[in-house]
Design a protein around this ligand. Structure first.
Ligand SMILES: [Zn+2]
Length: 239
């Protein structure tokens, strides 16, 4: 291979590597994982809200339960007083009975409230279970997508590795000065360092070169410089 042919092959190879790297970066599985993670974070917020609701309802139930127990104890104490027979004053007895009735009504109200809270707690737990199921499903899907991404990405990475090896073999064929020039131009010219002169056009910048300049270039060495984009211009390639 002539230097010009090596330069053109190297240009092709570098473009192919850049395309493969872009494909790796844009694998649909990667995007899907990112989107799913966003969704999972949203579900986690909903889950935290549902869990807080359950905790609050449970605390209210416990409080109502305690209050009902306290009221029952008071009722028991009053009841014992009534049954003891120690109180003979009818007025005092009547007051005690009235107090007991009030305590019983209060206890009924607390127990009614507790039942309502228990219904809320049940629906809250059901909601939480639903959110947990959605979360578990999402996490399983995320893992499957990551596995798929690793598999596809791994294949692409292996392929890119082979492409790089091939590229290094090509680059090693160039004289060090020409190799350095190629690399410098690749860095400053959007990844493309060389073009081919074809029908008076530079294949890199696709600019028509005036015919008198083409003639001068054709009369010169195999590797020239594009008068427009200043890239290496391969004047002729052996057919
Ligand atoms: Zn050019």
């Amino acid at each position: 291979m002539t230097d010009g042919e090596v330069l053109l092959a190297l240009t092709e190879q570098d473009l192919a590597i850049a395309r493969a790297e872009k494909a790796l970066d844009e694998l649909p599985e990667k995007l899907a994982v990112l989107q799913l993670r966003k969704r999972l974070r949203e579900i986690e917020v909903v889950r935290e809200r549902a869990a807080a609701y359950c905790r609050k309802t449970e605390a209210l139930i416990a409080r109502a339960n305690d209050e009902a127990t306290t009221l029952q104890n008071k009722i028991d104490v009053e009841q014992a007083k009534v049954l003891s027979g120690d109180i003979s004053n009818p007025k005092e007895l009547q007051n005690l009975t009235r107090e007991m009735d009030a305590l019983k009504r209060r206890k009924d109200a607390v127990e009614f409230e507790e039942l309502g809270l228990m219904e809320k707690s049940e629906s809250g737990s059901a909601q939480l279970a639903k959110v947990d199921a959605a979360l578990a499903e999402g996490v399983a899907k995320e893992q499957a997508l990551i596995a798929e991404f690793k598999s596809k990405g791994g294949e692409l990475q292996t392929e890119i590795g082979h492409m790089r090896e091939a590229r290094e073999r090509l680059a090693a064929q160039l004289a060090p000065a020409l190799g350095s020039q190629y690399e410098a131009l690749r860095g400053s010219k959007h990844g493309i360092a060389a073009g081919e002169l074809k029908g008076g056009l530079c294949s890199a910048c696709r600019t028509q070169i005036p015919s008198h300049e083409v003639q001068a270039i054709m009369a010169g060495p195999e590797i020239a410089e594009c008068p427009n984009c200043k890239r290496l211009l391969i004047v002729r390639v052996e057919a």
